[in-house]
Structure formats: C-alpha cells, structure tokens
Design a binder for this molecule. Structure first.
Ligand code: PDD
Length: 272
C-alpha cells in the first residue's frame, strides 16, 4: 500500500524525510490516529478539529483543508476491513539545528494506513505509574518519550497499559483515556492540560448519556481508582478496553463488568 508524503503517494520504503526535519531533531510536530470502519473514517470532523487545536497549540497553521485531508485518506484506505490512518505534521526541515522556530517553514506532512490489531475483549492488566509527562498533555504532540518509557515500564511489569497518576489523581493511560465505574456511575477526568481530549472518550460519554447511564466528569483520586467497580481505557485503536487487574489486584471480580458489557454493546452498534 502507498503512503502520503508532502503531496506524493509513494511505497513506504521510498518515503524519506531530511535528517534536519524538526520532527526528527526535536519531536516538533503533532499527529492524529483516525479509525476507519467499513471504508469510512470514523468521527473524522472531530479528529480534524483536534488536529487544528494541536497545530494551534504548537503555533502551526493547518497545512491542508479538511477536504484535502479527506481526499488523501480515501486514497490510503485499503479495503473494507477495520484499519486506521496515522497522520503527522512536523515543522519541517530547517537549514541548521536551532531550537527557536525559523521565520519560514515548510511543514512535513505524512499519512499512512495500518490494520487495527485485534482488541482483547476479556480485559487487560494495567499498572499505576507516576505521570512524568510535560504540562501540555492536551496537545497530541509526536514528542512521546515519556509515554514510551511509561508504556515500556508497564509492559515489563506484565501489563498492557500504564495508568498515570499526577497530584494523587489518575489522569489517563500512556496512550488512552481513563474511565471508572463507581456506584454504577461512569466517571472520567475532566478535559484540561493533564489529558489528551480523546475522541473515543467524548463518544463514550455521549453514548453513555444517550442510553441513560449516569456520567460524571471529575478528578479520580488514586484510592477511588483502586476501589473502582470497573476500570476502562479508551482509544481510537482499542475502542473501550476493560481493565480486569490493577497493580496485581483484581478489579471487581476480575472479569469485564456489566457496565462495560453494556457500553461495549452500545459502541459496537454505533460503529455500524
Ligand atoms: N493515542 N490519551 C493519550 C495520551 C493518547 O495517546 C490517546 C490516543 C488517547 C485516546 O485518544 P483517542 O480516543 O482520540 O484515540 C488518550 C493514540 C491512539 C496513539 O498514540 O496511538
């Protein structure tokens, strides 16, 4: 399959960028991950709106219109199977390495399609880790070193995801948003600079409300996470995952809970 790079469609092994690209030198760029179901990008407007916000957050203009993005995705989508589009915009190559932003820049614009890995429906293990990331987690920046180290730490502890804790509160996963169920109510941390405003998060809240589930957007203290009836992690590539073990202890009875089964059913119906 071809990938898109700066106006061209190329085989993956022919898509090359400069070693002076600021994405390579500084992680100076932003990205999006957009699921594609039945050949259609899912929640496209929401993803493109967030891309615009991330770009504004790093003082860059949108390099393409929404229509131009949509046309690119159409060419990258490979058949009707579940897949996702990864796109990234960096501040491009400068003539020398300098932290400050050059007056003239030509962004590097890249997009590719990938298959979505099977989603574990019987739940995953998670561990809590200190949130060592920066203070602008609302920007979907390619600068992901902290997330990489946190996820690796989780994997080495036998877990699929790290749930991050900042100032005594659980914020989100290393690459996912966090929900808990407490007294039957579905709770997720509020938007702000501590979390990425997840597209799946918003959809899960919206669907829960539409189907009469009680929802709350508020901070989740670590002790509440540890005592939660259910814990879920949401993301574009993994939908709604049930966490069945936290730091080696069972969540609820150690099986995905009844509220997760309900939201899973609602989410799958909505996807169609
Ligand atoms: N990650 N929080 C973080 C830190 C994330 O990296 C992601 C997504 C999410 C979930 O957002 P959304 O529902 O919009 O996918 C929350 C993507 C999938 C990634 O980095 O691959």
């Amino acid at each position: 399959a071809l990938v898109y790079l700066n106006g061209e469609y190329l085989p993956l092994d022919q898509a090359k960028v400069s070693v002076l690209d600021r994405g390579f030198l500084f992680g100076d760029g932003v990205y999006e991950v957009i699921p594609v179901y039945g050949g259609q990008p899912f929640r496209l407007q929401e993803h493109l709106r967030r891309l615009g916000q991330s770009l504004a957050g790093i003082r860059m203009a949108q390099p393409l219109s929404d229509g131009e993005w949509a046309a690119i995705f159409e060419r990258l989508i490979d058949g009707p199977g579940d897949q996702y589009i990864y796109l990234q915009v960096t501040r491009g190559a400068a003539d020398k390495r300098d932290h400050a932003i050059p007056a003239q820049i030509t962004p590097t614009v890249f997009a590719m399609g990938s298959p979505i890995a099977p989603i574990p429906l019987d739940g995953i293990r998670a561990v809590t880790l200190d949130d060592i990331r920066w203070q602008c987690c609302h920007i979907k920046a390619t600068t992901l070193l902290a997330n990489v180290l946190l996820r690796q730490d989780a994997v080495e502890r036998g877990a699929a995801e790290a749930i991050l804790v900042r100032d005594g509160c659980a914020t989100e996963g290393a690459a996912s948003n966090l929900f808990i169920v407490q007294d039957g109510s579905v709770i997720t941390p509020p938007k702000g600079h501590a979390i990425l405003p997840g597209i799946t998060r918003d959809l899960v809240l919206e669907l829960a409300q539409q189907h009469g589930l009680a929802t709350e957007e508020r901070r989740i203290r670590l002790e509440e996470l540890q005592k939660a009836e259910e814990i879920w992690l949401t993301s574009s590539t993994r939908e709604v995952l049930a966490v069945t073990e936290l730091d080696g202890a069972k969540v609820g009875d150690g099986q995905p809970g009844p509220v997760w089964r309900r939201i899973q059913e609602i989410y799958q119906a909505y996807k169609q």
